[in-house]
Design a protein around this ligand. Structure first.
Ligand code: HEC
Length: 148
């Protein structure tokens, strides 16, 4: 009985293996921020594409949150490449100037998105182009600097 339990426990541990990143490590910290960025931008995109009901106040709050988050991952990329379960390509450290350029671009377009949400007559149609730019900025960097 005990033996079987051990086998089950070990199997469960092995399955959760990929998620066992030390939450206090730089990798753990940036992953949490990136995940939050994804969730936040998916909710914003969802409101514009009709997956979620459009709510101007919620959208503006989400845009502000995304803009805040977009400044945060970069400090958790250490000077020297860290190992572990990272999907970052070696290029992040080999071409740091370009990596930082793309990070600044994201910060710029999330800032623009926040700017648009300050319009007193906010509607979904106005937000589509600036939101597309945000999504393109995520994608551009992933294409160059992420493994998948
Ligand atoms: C300047 C480059 C850059 C930009 C811009 C960028 N990312 Fe990333 N992102 C990365 C890199 C590099 C990784 C891999 C991090 C690692 O595993 O070490 C990553 C990882 C991720 C992950 C995976 C996290 C995990 O659980 O492993 C998600 C989700 C993600 N990014 C979402 C986004 C979203 C959403 C945006 C735009 C709002 C965005 N990223 C913008 C470079 C970027």
């Amino acid at each position: 009985m005990l033996k079987r339990l051990t086998v089950v426990l070990l199997a469960a541990l092995a399955l959760s293996g990929c998620d066992r990143v030390d939450p206090n490590s730089p990798l753990g910290k940036r992953k949490v921020i990136f995940k939050d960025m994804l969730k936040t931008s998916e909710d914003l995109g969802g409101m514009l594409r009709g997956r979620l009901p459009f709510d101007g106040v919620k959208f503006a709050d989400g845009a502000l949150k995304l803009d805040n988050l977009s400044h945060q991952p970069w400090q958790h990329f250490p000077q020297v490449r860290d190992g572990g379960d990272s999907a970052a390509r070696a290029e992040v450290w080999e071409r740091q100037a370009r990596f930082h350029d793309l990070a600044r671009q994201l910060e710029g377009v999330t800032g623009e998105l926040v700017g648009v949400t300050r319009s007193p007559t906010l509607d979904a149609a106005q937000l589509k182009a600036p939101m597309d730019k945000v999504e393109a900025a995520c994608k551009a960097c992933h294409t160059e600097f992420r493994n998948h």
